[in-house]
Every structure is written in C-alpha cells, then in structure tokens.
Design a protein around this ligand. Structure first.
Ligand SMILES: Cc1ncc(COP(=O)(O)O)c(C=O)c1O
Length: 488
C-alpha cells in the first residue's frame, strides 16, 4: 500500500508495506527514504500526531517507529525541536551517489545496492576529509599557470609538471628511484595493471588473496595469471622457483602492506624477489597502494629502489586523496617506457590534464605531505581504537579477535578461528546490524572446480576498512562490529 505524505517542506512518497505490520512497515519506509536520500540529513519530521493522521495509523505506532529509528541512529529527537533525520556520516546513508562512490574495486554494484548504514568495507579513505579547500586553491593556481598546450593533445605519459612533482615526492617519501622521463600517468592502478598485462603478456604471478578484479583485468589484457600464496611474511617468493611457476616472468606484489592480509614482505624475501627478477631478466610490479600509511615506524622504502631496472613501481591517489581522482603512476625501467607509452596512447591517448596539473601543484606546494600527515594521525587513532574495541569486546575480556598484519594502511584483517563463527555467519549477522563488511572469501583467486580441496585450507577472516567511515560515524560502526562479533 503506497501512502502519500506531503506535510514536509518537500513532498515525500512513502510506501508502507502492510505485509510487514504497520509499525515495521513504517520503519522500513522511513529507513528507505533516509538511505535513498529522499529524506536528507537534518530534515524535520512531522509530529507523531500529524503523521498518524496523514497515514491513518495509531499515534503510538508512529511513536514506536520513531523511537526505533532514533535508537538505530537514523533519527535524532531533540526536546523542543522535534525529530530530525540524523547526520549519518559522509558515506551518507542519505546520499545514494556518495554511497555508490564509496564502493571499492570489488563488487561495487551489489554493495551500492545494499546501502547499509555502517560502512567498514575496505577500499576507500574517509572521503569527508578530501582536502576541498586546498585542492580548489591548487586547481586555481594550476589553471592560471597552465600553458595553452595543456588543453590540447599531449604526451601520453602525462603532464610533465606532474611527472616532475611525483619524481621528487616519490624519491623523497618512498625511496623510489624516479626519473620524470620514466613515469607514465594512468587512470588508476587498475589501468596501470591492464596496460602492463597487455605489454608484458606471458605468465604473471599475482598474490592470492588480492583484488580479484585486478587478476581479471590482467587476464583479460592477454596475460595468464598464476596465483602466488601469501603468509604472515608476505608473498611466498620461494615458490617462484618451483615447477608451478615455470615460465612466469612477472610477479605483482604488495610488499609494503599485503592486500588484504596486512603483512609486510620480509626483508629476506624482498632480497630473494629482487634476485629472482635479476637472474632471469624478469620483472617485479610493486603495487604501493597505501605505502604512506605506516603507524608503528617509518614506512619501509619501496622495493623498486633496490632494482629500478627490474621493477615497476605502481602508486595511486586512491588512498591518499580518493578513488574518484583516477590518477595513478607507473615508474618504469627504461626498456618499458616506449611500449607502455604506446599502450597508453592506444587506450585513451592520455589521462585528463587538469586533474594532473592540480595534483602537480598540490604536491609541489607540499599540501600533499600535509594532507597525508594529518590523515596518518587520524587513521592511526582509528586502528588503535579498533584494536582496543576488539580486545575488550564491549568491556569483557576478548577471546581471539586480535588484528592481523602490521599497523598500517586503511584496513586490518580480523582472523576467524575455526571453532568460532564462520565468515558467512559473521557477514549475515553484520547485515542484521546494518553493517557492511568484506569477508576474506571475496578476495581469493577463483580456483578451478577440481581444486576445491585447497580452498578448504584458506583461512577465514574479515577485512575491516577502518578508513572508510567519517569520524562521526566510526564509533557507531565499531559498536556494530563489536556486537556482530560478540555472538558466542
Ligand atoms: C591493493 C590495491 N591496489 C591498488 C588500489 C588502487 O586502485 P586504483 O588506483 O585503480 O583505484 C587499491 C584500491 O582499492 C587496492 O586495494
């Protein structure tokens, strides 16, 4: 039964489903309206009396629905000024486009469709902290200074201003041996991997678990993907010399902070990987997606610095600024510059120039460093709080929910013990608490049907993206997580 409700400043169409019962139906209809953005944060709702009359419901039914939504955090009741739609954070339950934009590289559409209130999915930084004012100033300066040719077809490698700024920054902050002539600007790490797959072909070892989309992208651009297991010391580099990796001449790894396990590549393995690459004139692709965010010590320098002729460094603005910037960079050995430049030209000629000029200005003015330093402090506090909450489990001593991996990045792995809840149970229960989480299960390389036995050996876990919510929404998201995990 669709009810029409027009007592607000704006008209609102509420579909109250009688099959769910009147109170529950009204709660659902309001929740939907808030999540869809039809009822924006701050909107004042009509009094319970008015709404009861409009909808033909008992006043107590409307009061009970309001109370429930206040308890969930969807509404805020203030004495004297009535009931309003709550601010639910920048991922904004009330803003569908923001919710969609928060979707990470995996399963975006399904997730956007679910739109749960609390978001601890990994994949994005806190988008409410995008440095709007400083970015705007950089854009203004960049546009004023841009030569006319900035608006024409340019070098497929990208704007020289950005390549110069990145070479300076990456050398200084990440220990990358970067020459602006050897940098190619791409539209996200995903395009960097696509172009590399196309240019390199052959067999490419890629960490497993990792981002399945990246495996698919490399495969669909002409390379064969061979999954490379990881453990608490990072990628199992030793296996590369075994028979399963015969013919593999490229390895894609996340040495600073394995995604999603969270380990760092052991120094002995870094050395072994570089030797493997040098001996066979092979290549290491280093996905340094969150290398700036290390909380317990100075970030480990890029592996590329150890062997610039045998390594490709792949960096991105997706974690430091936001995925919508769509800017990432490849620092290449000399022999790959030509082929990658041609591949980029064939893909889309060049990445969009005004964003590149703005980022160049943002980096050169050191606003990028300032932004990262502030973000590092914030995420470090969040990770500490997550560890503390999981340890004390709402005040009670914890049983086995330590965080895996090093203190770094924007995500942490919660391993699930075989005797406890399964991943599927945790995810189902999380949804009941309106909490969006990602299970490790989504991130394994898809195995052929005849290797199901080895999938049984895969550990279970939850990848918690503590970077995703706004500051205001984070404590409530943690509450939901603690409730989810406090089942047994
Ligand atoms: C492991 C890893 N690499 C790279 C990226 C960045 O990808 P892109 O630059 O295409 O947004 C992500 C983002 O989710 C990631 O998790």
């Amino acid at each position: 039964m669709a009810e029409y409700w027009s007592t607000l400043d704006v008209d609102l169409h509420l579909a109250v489903d009688p099959a769910s019962g009147r109170r529950v139906g009204l709660e659902q209809a309001l929740r939907e309206a808030i999540r869809d953005g039809r009822l924006a944060a701050g909107t004042r709702l009509p009094s319970t009396r008015t709404l009861a009359v409009e909808l033909g419901l008992a006043r107590g039914t409307v009061s009970a629905a309001y109370d429930q939504l206040v308890a969930e955090g969807h509404l805020v009741a203030t004495r004297g000024s009535g009931t309003r739609v709550a601010e639910l954070g920048g991922q904004s339950a009330g803003n569908p486009s923001a919710a969609a934009a928060g979707a990470s590289a995996t399963g975006e559409q399904a997730r956007a469709a679910r739109r749960l209130t609390h978001d601890l999915r990994p994949g994005t930084p806190d988008l409410s902290h995008f440095p709007r004012a400083a970015w705007l100033r950089a854009a203004r300066r960049a546009l004023n200074a841009a030569p006319n040719d900035a608006f024409g077809y340019g070098d497929p490698r990208g704007r020289v201003e950005l390549r110069q700024a990145l070479a300076e920054y990456l050398g200084r902050a990440r220990g990358v041996r970067a020459d602006p002539e050897r940098i190619v600007i791409v539209s996200g790490a995903v395009q960097g991997l696509a172009l590399l797959g196309q240019v390199l072909g052959g067999a490419v070892a890629m960490e497993d678990p990792y981002i399945p989309l990246f495996h698919k992208v490399v495969r669909s651009h002409g390379a064969q993907v061979v999954p490379l297991p990881v453990d608490d010391d990072g990628a199992r580099v030793d296996l590369l010399r075994g028979p399963d990796y015969d013919g593999v001449d490229t390895a894609v790894v996340t040495p600073s902070h394995q995604y999603p396990i969270g380990s760092t590549l052991h120094p002995a393995r870094r050395q072994a990987l570089v030797e493997w690459a040098r001996e066979g004139r092979r290549l290491v692709v280093e996905d340094d997606y969150d290398g700036e965010f290390r909380y317990d010590r100075q970030p480990v320098g890029a592996l590329q610095g150890m062997a610039p002729e045998r390594a490709v460094y792949l960096g991105t603005a997706s974690k430091t600024l936001g995925p919508a910037i769509r800017l990432a960079w490849l620092v290449l050995p000399e022999h790959l510059v030509g082929p990658l430049t041609e591949a980029k030209r064939h893909a889309d000629h060049q990445s969009e120039a005004l964003g590149q000029l703005t980022l160049a200005e943002f980096i050169a003015s050191h606003d990028y460093d300032r932004h990262i330093r502030a973000a590092r402090l914030r995420y470090r506090r969040r990770r500490d709080l997550l560890a503390e909450r999981l340890h004390t489990r709402a005040g009670r001593p914890a049983a086995g929910f330590a965080l895996g991996g090093i203190a770094a990045g924007l995500h942490a792995l919660v391993r699930l013990e075989p005797a406890g809840m399964t991943e599927a149970e945790v995810l189902k229960r999380a949804a009941e608490f309106d909490l969006d989480l990602e299970g490790l299960g989504d991130l394994w390389h898809t195995l052929p049907a005849n290797t199901l036995a080895s999938s049984a050996a895969r550990p279970q876990g939850i990848v918690v993206g503590f970077g995703s919510p706004t500051e205001a929404a984070y404590p409530r998201a943690l509450d939901a997580l603690v409730r989810t995990l406090s089942w047994r």
